[in-house]
Design a protein around this ligand. Structure first.
Ligand code: NAD
Length: 519
């Protein structure tokens, strides 16, 4: 029952808002267990980033449709939250198997809309799948606490209970993983869920919804709406929605955090990044250079954990030419082509932005060691390709350092000592991820303790935590106080009810009222 998007060729007009009467396939809404065509008069084009052909259209859901979706979530909440935890667990056990069985199909849908290579798209699904597998441990994760005999015949215990309707707003760069960070954890706790996927890559979320339905999730437990600002504002304002998970840029994330919190909702907001890889001169050179190149240019640098900034410490400065040689060897191609290492950027606007940030580095006095701006990909001349780019002699004031580039661009800074490197990293406004490359345990330990960043890798370039831990982030990269997945994820999606209960034997029943504060 899973359908993949069709390749349809329609002339490309960037950013065009169009109307629904057309032969291009449309993305449905998922409301109360049905995939329904939107009645909206406003639609957005979705392009294949390797060709810029229009492949699909996505609606901006109408107010009535959004209301229908949230009402469906509200109605489903009562029975879903009362459904036995073992039943919920069984649904997610079936779900993880369905995702595994369809990983290639999901990856194809991701590559078509997002552009990343098929192998990388499978990784995107796989990292989300791990969260679903973790959600299947809910029978342990949701355990409350008990303390027996706090006084005579009296016990105290707490339950973890769902909140109600929760909502998620996701970015374009991980069409599978990030939605899967959200609704499975929330739903397995007994919440119902309203998802607004990125309007640029909605198909993977629709396939995931279909699989969840096939796994047995009742109608209304997951609803999906599409759109941009109006849909986001609707989620921030609707009183039935109790919690919002957001992943994306700072511009949107700070706004959603403020607006959602002002309306009394829990909000967790994972945002932008500028991740530094600190290279010590004692590091294993071969390993480190390969790790840096893979983590800077993989997914065309469009990962929030991309290692987009290298700090070469001391003698490690001399490794630059070899770094450039390795980066040159990466093959830039459409994501579905065999051997592709670096796919296209999401849009012509993204390409333009990345190219102008590269130019800003040149204009501000940095040195362009490898320039990917004029890359030509045979057969895909209209795609949004930028080849691996390395800029050295970068200083902290330059725009190519202060901005998140989100493209296949590695900016290189230098430091004399580990302390200098730490202070550079901690002065940067973002605190998403970082890595240190060294063979010295004491150096690694000092770095991990001193650095104010959420995810730290030691000889691991992209330290995205497994789901039994939480994906964190500090300073400008995160707002909220409970992180995604892991123990914190369960806390975010549940509230605690504490029960103090006394069961006295018949002969111990109180004979007079107790008017003083119970102690
Ligand atoms: P984005 O902020 O443009 O879009 C994310 C979502 O917010 C989309 O659903 C979009 O419709 C909505 N949105 C966009 N602009 C908005 C606005 N002004 N007001 C309200 N809603 C808005 O992000 P993106 O370009 O899709 O994703 C890339 C960004 O996401 C990068 O900054 C990247 O670092 C970040 N990211 C962070 C993490 C993390 O865990 N920290 C993970 C992945 C991506």
């Amino acid at each position: 029952s899973l359908r993949l998007v069709l390749r349809t060729r329609v002339p490309f007009k960037p950013g065009r808002l169009c109307y629904s009467s057309s032969s291009v396939p449309t993305t449905k809404l998922f409301i109360n267990g049905k995939f329904v065509e939107s009645q909206s008069s406003e639609w957005l084009d979705i392009h294949n980033p390797a060709t810029n052909n229009v492949i699909r259209r996505v609606p901006k859901a109408t107010q009535e449709e959004m209301l229908a979706a949230v009402d469906s979530c509200s109605r489903a909440f009562h029975s879903w939250s009362e459904t036995s935890i073992l039943t919920r667990q069984q649904i997610f056990l079936r779900y993880q198997q369905l995702i595994k069985d369809n990983i290639k199909q999901l990856a194809k849908a991701i590559t078509l809309e997002q552009g990343k290579t098929l192998a990388d798209a499978e990784g995107d699904v796989f990292r989300g799948l791990q969260v679903v597998e973790h959600a299947c441990s809910i029978t342990s994760l949701m355990l409350g606490e008990t303390l027996p005999s706090i006084t005579k015949d009296m016990d105290i215990y707490s339950y973890r209970l769902p909140l109600g309707v929760c909502a998620g707003i996701t970015p374009f760069n991980f069409p599978a993983m990030i939605p899967l960070w959200m609704f499975p954890m929330s739903m397995v706790c007994g919440n119902t869920y309203l998802l607004k996927p990125s309007e640029r890559v909605p198909t993977c979320a629709m396939l995931l919804a279909q699989m969840l339905q096939d796994a047995g999730a009742p109608d209304g437990t997951l609803n999906i709406i599409h759109g941009q600002h109006d849909a986001v504002n609707f989620i921030c304002d609707h009183p039935a929605i109790k919690a919002i998970s957001f992943v994306g840029s700072n511009q949107a994330g700070e706004y959603i955090y403020d607006r959602g919190s002002r309306n009394g909702k829990r909000v967790q907001s994972n945002m932008g990044a500028k991740n530094h890889g600190v290279v010590m001169p004692d590091a294993n050179k071969e390993n480190t250079l390969n790790q840096l190149v893979g983590a800077a240019f993989g997914a065309a640098g469009q990962r929030c954990m991309a290692l987009s900034t290298a700090i070469l410490v001391g003698e490690a400065r001399s490794w630059l030419p070899e770094l450039v040689e390795r980066a040159k060897k990466l093959r830039v191609n459409a994501g579905d082509q065999p051997g592709a290492d670096v796919g296209p950027l999401i849009s012509p606007q993204a390409k333009e932005r990345v190219c102008s940030l590269i130019q800003s580095g040149v204009d501000e006095g940095a040195k362009l060691l490898l320039d990917g701006r004029n890359v030509r990909v045979k057969g895909y001349e209209d795609g949004n390709f930028v080849g691996p780019t390395i800029i050295s002699k970068v200083t902290p004031e330059m725009m190519c350092y202060t901005e998140e580039i989100f493209g296949p661009v590695l900016v290189v800074l230098e430091a004399d000592t580990l302390d200098d490197a730490v202070s550079l990293v901690n002065r940067n406004p973002y605190g998403n991820g970082t890595a240190i490359f060294t063979t010295n345990g004491a150096t690694a330990r000092k770095y991990t303790h001193m650095v104010d960043v959420g995810q730290v890798g030691v000889n691991v370039p992209i330290p995205v935590p497994l789901p039994m831990f939480s994906f964190t982030g500090s300073r400008g990269s995160f707002r909220g106080d409970m992180n995604f997945y892991g123990k914190q994820g369960i806390q975010f999606y549940t509230q605690i009810k504490t029960v103090t209960a006394q069961w006295k034997a018949e002969d111990a029943t109180l004979k007079t009222p107790a008017v003083t504060m119970p102690t």
